[in-house]
Design a protein around this ligand. Structure first.
Ligand code: ZN
Length: 298
């Protein structure tokens, strides 16, 4: 019995350093955490600050965020100013030299994709919350492999010992992802060329990718609730173009979309914008599966 106890203590002592070397990764949103897990698997411990049902532009910080940021070896953010309203003060308070701006422990994913709706002037005439262009780029399925690759490359740089592990996982993930693309494309082909309306410009990358046309947004401008004048103009567009549906996210008020749906007898479809926004969207694969299932009424 005594020997078993000694063995147990020895095992525990050996196991502690093994656990301690797992890289601590903090991400702003759940979709990023899932990509980090796909690539880092058991070599990383990942924490997403925002919940999938929350408005990604205005996250209300929890006290635990600062402690998590302070311990992070790597902080992965969406970028394109999506976090501008809430993350900078937290990073200042955490004051973690490993993840400060300019260090290798801060990864901004927006640098690895092409943004759409990039304003040509510096005026904020396009609205308050998308000043650098549309930041919701992760809903273009073609953008997922380069984002996973950026994460794998950065993990490999920080943790060179496991570099080939991260890069191989990324390759396997990308292969699996690319097998799914034609299946989704086939299902979405029925929507090509059709008009839709969305509440907020959450789904533009998805719409572009599948050749679906955006007739307008229920919001007057990104982040600005609809005015009655805007709704009158939108109603005119609906009468002229007969859109297929109105896309509503899970966190914005749905009354204006519901009103339009009732008035013109078109369906309002609630779509997840991130993992965890709806029960079925449990990971990056099922997020896209569920969006496409809801859009195609499977
Ligand atoms: Zn937005």
């Amino acid at each position: 019995m005594k020997n078993i106890c000694i063995l147990f203590v020895l095992f525990a002592l050996l196991a502690v350093p093994a656990l301690a070397v797992r890289l601590q990764v903090v991400t702003t949103y759940p979709y990023i955490a899932d990509l980090v897990e796909q690539v880092g698997q058991d070599r990383v411990r990942v924490h997403a600050m925002a919940g999938g049902q929350w408005d990604p532009h205005t996250i209300v910080p929890k006290p635990s965020f600062i402690a998590k940021l302070r311990r992070a070896d790597l902080l992965v953010i969406n970028g394109a100013q999506l976090e501008i309203g809430w993350l900078p003060p937290l990073m200042n308070q955490a004051n973690n030299p490993r993840t400060n701006v300019g260090s290798s422990g801060l990864l901004d994913l927006s640098r690895y994709v092409e943004l759409i709706d990039v304003p040509t002037s510096v005026s904020r005439a396009h609205g308050d919350i998308h000043p650098d262009g549309n930041p919701h780029f992760h809903l273009n399925p073609d953008n997922i492999p380069p984002l996973a690759q950026a994460i794998a490359d950065r993990l490999a740089e920080i943790d060179m010992e496991n570099a080939s592990f991260y890069l191989n996982n990324c390759e396997a993930f990308t292969k699996k992802w690319e097998e799914r693309l034609p299946i989704w494309a086939e299902k979405m082909s029925a929507l090509r060329g059709q008009w839709v309306i969305e509440y907020h410009k959450n789904y533009d990358y998805l719409l572009h990718h599948y050749g679906i046309q955006l007739l307008g947004t229920v919001e007057s401008l990104p982040g600005i609730p609809p005015t009655s004048r805007h709704i009158v103009a939108l109603e005119q567009k609906i009468q002229n173009n007969a859109p297929r549906c109105i896309l509503q996210d899970v966190y914005n008020p749905a009354e204006a979309s519901e009103h339009l749906a009732r008035k013109f007898d078109i369906p309002m479809i609630v779509l997840p914008h991130d993992i965890g926004a709806v029960r079925e969207a449990e990971g990056i694969f099922s997020l896209f599966d569920e969006i496409i299932r809801r859009l195609t009424h499977e």
